[in-house]
Design a protein around this ligand. Sequence first.
Ligand code: C6P
Length: 406
Amino acid sequence: MTYPIENIRADFPILAEKIRNKPLVYLDNAATCQKPQAVIDSIVQCYSHSYANIHRGVHTLSIRATDQFEAARNKVKTFINAASDKEIIFVRGATEAINLVAQTYGKANVQAGDEILITAMEHHANIVPWQMLCEQTGAVLKVIPINTQGELIAGEFEKLLNDKTKLVAITQMSNALGSINPVKAMIATAHAKNIPVLIDGAQAIPHIAIDVQDLDCDFYVFSGHKLYAPAGVGVLYGKQALLEAMPPYQGGGDMIRTVTFEKSTYAGLPHKFEAGTPAIADVIGLGAAIDYLTAIGMDAIAAHEHELLSYATELALQIKGLHIIGEAEHKGAILSFVLDKIHPHDIGTMLDSLGIAVRAGHHCAMPVMDFYHVPATARASFAMYNTKAEVDVLIKGIRDLIAMFG
Ligand code: C6P
């Protein structure tokens, strides 16, 4: 079946926007992606017909909202093939999910002298929470190095795993480089030494079909807003036995069973980790995004984006003075680059004047910038609704600005 690109584009109202009198070419999808009408409608529907607080009221609206909220949890469970709804914890995003694991699983299991192992291509969200845990416990952060292509150096992971390693926390796909890591094999290697693994799936989830049982990861985190869903909601997947054994993260309403001034007891999973009123409509919106993606098919989306990346890479390589940052053999739809003599921020600003949105900066991955000795990169990141014609506009824009300023 041919990929229904025109229908998909028509589903995203913002793609019809003009930016500076030019058709919008939105290539900042790794930062956050745009929302299909089905997601926007689900939020309008919620606030128009089904909105009330969840898990609390006996009235009809509360029951309706609760049913839709829990239906979204079940959709997430199916989407990533978790074994149970109890393994799906709604949080604000990938960042909160990692902090949750660090401050609950980490505090309960990590002691002075222990090690947490990450990679050199992590986003700050998968570095800083572990540094904070290390400061609190006296544990040590260890880092798997990368080569200049932006791949983990073969053999280094195995060398760094030892009796002191208490957790491995790795990104499935780098936001700064696009590299896709062999996480399934790495999880098996860590498990052979009884070490649990957290996968940061923030970048991978919109591009790759995820099966957490097949990966056998212990924790998997992602944000809704990078998956065509509203911002403010994300998911922590954890294996049930691990989540059961972990202490709660925050205290408050909805996460308790009983409360007296002397002692409180906690609710079961998943509510133990969901203190307070959640982003009800946004969770329902996440469910709608999953329905939308499932109808198109993650494999079809992956194939389309792969084609876009190959096309963009081929054209970018022909531009003199353009250097791609991140040339891993296995890559997701991210093209990070620098230009001779033109600062990435200027690239971003000048492309904006042509209606093209790219991100320019360190991408919350400062250690990656340090490794490549660049202050920043320009980053074009592709989504299910982008086209080769848009890649052509980007490439022409880059060529024009080199001609003007290079
Ligand atoms: N990367 C980017 O432009 P939050 O902010 O919690 O939704 O996601 C954090 C996060 C964690 N891991 C990875 C690999 C990420 O890419 C991100 C977010 C965005 O690259 C915003 S900095």
